[in-house]
Design a protein around this ligand. Sequence first.
Ligand code: URA
Length: 200
Amino acid sequence: MDIVDIKDIYEFNDYISYRFSDKDIVFGKGEYSSKIMLIGEAPGAKEVELKAPFVGQAGKYLDEFLDILGIEKKDIYITNTVKYRPTKASKKTGNAINRPPTAKEIREWRKLLIKEIGIISPEIIVTLGNTPLGAVTGNLKSKITTYHGNIINHNINGVEYTLFPLYHPAAVIYRRNLKEVYIEDLNKLKGLLDTMNKKY
Ligand code: URA
């Protein structure tokens, strides 16, 4: 893991602000020199309001899960694949509601995410759900149901990373029976982290 040059992060974020100047962007946050980079799908309304990833309901679940690892959000680097909130008009109320990012959006943001990974240079990339798994592997058809809890050696631009796919914490809100699987996966991740000398 290299020392992160803060200037690279500022430049990266400035470029995103410029390119998506019509959007409210939620940048990656946390400890830039962490060995763990956690990647979600896209911010929701609360994340846009507070300008930070995973601070809404999904973030509460994430906190609970990180607790199992003995980690706080501030100690690792957390970002999203798509950094604005994808929305559509609700058929009932006409208000903006969340929608999943389109394949076009994921492909567009993938290039930026790969750049971000290069800047942060983590040892372990933890993806949350299908969207970041597809973006990191470059195969949007990769399914979390197949890959969750697996330790995968993944090469990006000649650099070897350990990729550890987890379900998205929000999935557990809707499918309570996933919680056991999630905890099993987290314990596996904990075991992996314990084998490394630096805690985070
Ligand atoms: N879900 C995500 O994937 N990212 C967030 O920041 C919040 C919810």
